[in-house]
Design a protein around this ligand. Structure first.
Ligand code: C6P
Length: 408
C-alpha cells in the first residue's frame, strides 16, 4: 500500500512551519522523529484528567493511570512479539536499557569472560560494556567492518570462543544506515552459550521486530525515535535472564519488603522500575505504536526504502561527493555522505542547509569509532521517516548545490 502523504503530514503540525524563513525539511529522524497529534493529545489528556502516581494508589485516578500504563506495556509486548508483558521494561531510552543490562548482568559473568561488540556501534553500546569490563575484569573484543561499513562476519567467527558471554550489536547502524545480519549473529553467539543484546534504536522505526523469532536475549529501543515521547525507552529481556539479574537501581516500587537487615525485590517488571516513571510518556508510547500500526509497518518500511533509493540516486548526481556504505547489501533509514571540499567540516554544510530550513545531523553521530575506521571526522546524515517526501530530498539536493557553490 502507498503512503497517504497528505493525511500523514497533517498528523505532524510541526512540519508545517518556516525555519529561517523557509518551509522546514526535517531529515534528522535518526536523532529523533516528530510526534503525531495522537501522541501529543495523549500526554495532554493524561495530565488534564488522570495525573497521579502509578501502582501506589487505592484512589481512582491512580488506578486509571496504572491501567493505562500497563495497557501501553501490553501494546509494546504485542508490537515486538514478546512472550510475556513483564518481559517489557520501561526505561528512559536505549542508553538506559543497555546500561541496565551491563550492570544487572554482573552476577552472570566472571573474570576473564569476553564481550563482543562491533566497530559500528553507537557510544551507548560501547561505553557501558567497557565499564562492565573494567569492574569485572572482562575482555572486550570488536567485530571489524569493511569499506562498505558492513560487519566482517568471518572475523566475528574468529572472535567467538567458549569464553564469550555477551554479544552486543546494533540492528541498524545510526551512523551509516547499514542493516546488520542479527539473525546470524544471534545464532552463532548462542552456539557458544553467549547472551545477545540487540540495540534496536534505529531498527524499530523502520521494520517489524519479532524478538521471539530473532531469539534475542535483550532488545532495546527508544520511544522518541518511533514517533513517541522523549524520556521513554523499552528494554525487552527474556524472563529467565531478567530474573537472574541484579536490579539496576534501588528505591520505591522495586521492592517486596525492606528492612535494615535485608531487602527482597519485587517481581518482574517492577524489580527494574525503581522510582516514579515517566507516566505520561509511557502511556503516550501506546499511541505512537498505534500510529505506526495504522499506517502499516510494511508500508512505512517500503516508503522509507523508496526514499533512501531516491536520495542515493539524487546524491550521486552531485560532483565531488562521497557516500558512505552505499554499496552495503542492506541499508535502511539514513544516508551518510560528505562533500569533497578541502578544509571544510560536515558542520559547515549543516549550517548552510539549516539556513535553508533543512535539518540534518552532522559530525560523528555518537559513533566515533566508525568515523575513525573511515578516516574522517564526521559525515552529513540525512535520515528518514514516514512523512519524508521526494520533494524533501529535492530540497536537500538544491541545498547541497548551494553549499558547494559557497564553499568551493
Ligand atoms: N542515536 C542519533 O542521532 P537514546 O539517546 O538513549 O535514545 O539512544 C541512544 C542510541 C543508541 N543506539 C543507537 C543505534 C542510536 O542511534 C542511539 C541514538 C541518535 O544517531 C542520537 S545520538
Amino acid at each position: 500500500m502507498n503512503i497517504d502523504s497528505k493525511y500523514i503530514r497533517n498528523q505532524f503540525p510541526i512540519l508545517e512551519q518556516l525555519v529561517n524563513g523557509k518551509p522546514l525539511v526535517y531529515l534528522d529522524n535518526a536523532a529523533t522523529s516528530q510526534k503525531p497529534l495522537s501522541v501529543l493529545d495523549a500526554e495532554e489528556v493524561y495530565y488534564k484528567t488522570i495525573n497521579s502516581n502509578v501502582h501506589r494508589g487505592i484512589h481512582t485516578l491512580s488506578q486509571l493511570a496504572t491501567v493505562e500504563m500497563e495497557e501501553s506495556r501490553k501494546s509494546v509486548q504485542l508490537f515486538i512479539n514478546a512472550k510475556k508483558d513483564y518481559e517489557i521494561l520501561f526505561t528512559k531510552g536505549t542508553t538506559e536499557g543497555i546500561n541496565l543490562v551491563a550492570s544487572g548482568i554482573e552476577p552472570l559473568v566472571h573474570e576473564g569472560d569476553e564481550i563482543i561488540i562491533s566497530n559500528l556501534e553507537h557510544h551507548s553500546n560501547i561505553v557501558p560494556w567497557q565499564l562492565l569490563a573494567e569492574r569485572k575484569g572482562l575482555v572486550l573484543k570488536v567485530i571489524p567492518i569493511d569499506d562498505n561499513g558492513e560487519l566482517i562476519l568471518s572475523e566475528y567467527d574468529k572472535l567467538l570462543t567458549e569464553k564469550t558471554k555477551i554479544v552486543a550489536v546494533n540492528h541498524i547502524s545510526n551512523a551509516l544506515g547499514v542493516v546488520n545480519p542479527v539473525e546470524q549473529i544471534i545464532t552463532k553467539a548462542h552456539a557458544v552459550g553467549a547472551y545477545v543484546l540487540i540495540d534496536g534504536a534505529q531498527a524499530v522505526p523502520h521494520k517489524e521486530i519479532d524478538v521471539q523469532a530473532l531469539d534475542a536475549d535483550f532488545y532495546v529501543f527508544s520511544s522518541h525515535k518511533i514517533y513517541g515521547p522523549t524520556g521513554v525507552g523499552i528494554l525487552y529481556g527474556k524472563e529467565k535472564l531478567l530474573d537472574a539479574m541484579n536490579p539496576y537501581q534501588g528505591g520505591g516500587e522495586m521492592i517486596k519488603e525492606v528492612s535494615f537487615e535485608k531487602t527482597t525485590y519485587a517481581d518482574l517488571p517492577f524489580k527494574f522500575e525503581a522510582g516514579t516513571p515517566n507516566i505520561a510518556g509511557n502511556i503516550a508510547l501506546k499511541k505512537a505504536i498505534e500510529f505506526m500500526l495504522n499506517v502499516g509497518l510494511d508500508t512505512i518500511g517500503k516508503h522509507e526504502n523508496n526514499i533512501l533509493n531516491y536520495a542515493t540516486e539524487r546524491l550521486n548526481e552531485l560532483n565531488n561527493i562521497t557516500i558512505y556504505a552505499q554499496h552495503a547489501q542492506h541499508r535502511s533509514g539514513a544516508i551518510s555522505f560528505n562533500l569533497n571540499i578541502d578544509n571544510i567540516h560536515s558542520s559547515d554544510v549543516g549550517f548552510i542547509l539549516d539556513k535553508q530550513g533543512i535539518a540534518v545531523r552532522t559530525g560523528h553521530h555518537c559513533a566515533q569509532p566508525v568515523m575513525k575506521r573511515l578516516g574522517i571526522t564526521g559525515t552529513i546524515r540525512a535520515s528518514f521517516a514516514v512523512y519524508t517526501s521526494k520533494e524533501d530530498i529535492d530540497r536537500l539536493i538544491e541545498g547541497l548545490k548551494l553549499a558547494q557553490k559557497m564553499l568551493e
